[in-house]
Design a protein around this ligand. Structure first.
Ligand SMILES: NC(=O)c1ccc[n+]([C@@H]2O[C@H](COP(=O)([O-])OP(=O)(O)OC[C@H]3O[C@@H](n4cnc5c(N)ncnc54)[C@H](O)[C@@H]3O)[C@@H](O)[C@H]2O)c1
Length: 137
């Protein structure tokens, strides 16, 4: 039984990945994390989350956590609660043009957020047999 963390799970790729995992997995746990930021209309993200909730099959445990990748306490708490086999890190600030006008958003999500995962280094050892897939932007 796999336990998978999908960050950016309300985003374009993350939400579709969760839906695909629902189809591919017969059992296991999927945790979605997203801060639902307003880089584009958050109602689209709410809609995707509602589709995910409705699609959740029997046999799969699913939890959505609204929070920021750079929130160390939140991430540490997730790693204490779950023993992830796979992390797919899709939570990021996308958009090349946006990075010119809003560089802080990139530093926060793409550098500080990614650096903080998998959580505090004291729990990183619990992830030493896992797989982390980081999708560069
Ligand atoms: N869509 C593409 O064609 C494409 C192509 C190449 C690479 N990528 C990369 O793949 C990743 C995902 O792309 P996407 O199209 O799904 O983007 P997206 O903006 O639709 O999804 C990203 C999600 O991450 C969330 N997020 C951002 N910062 C966060 C943070 N600090 N903590 C928690 N959640 C946070 C956002 O709210 C959003 O829902 C990005 O890194 C993007 O640059 C996308």
């Amino acid at each position: 039984m796999k336990t998978i963390l999908v960050t950016g799970s309300a985003g374009f790729i993350g939400s579709n990945l969760v839906l695909r995992l629902f189809k591919e997995m017969s059992e296991g746990t999927i945790v979605g994390l997203d801060n639902l930021n307003d880089y584009y209309d958050p109602t689209l993200k709410d809609y995707r989350l509602s589709v995910i909730e409705k699609a959740k099959p029997v046999g799969i445990e699913y939890e959505f956590v609204k929070g920021d990748l750079a929130d160390k306490a939140l991430i540490d708490g997730l790693f204490e609660k779950y023993h992830f086999d796979v992390i797919v890190n899709l939570a990021a600030q996308a958009g090349v043009r946006y990075s010119i006008t809003n560089p802080d958003a990139y530093i926060q999500s793409n550098m500080i957020g990614f650096y903080g995962m998998p959580g505090d280094r004291s729990v990183a050892s619990e992830f030493n047999n896992g797989v982390i897939l980081h999708i560069p932007n």
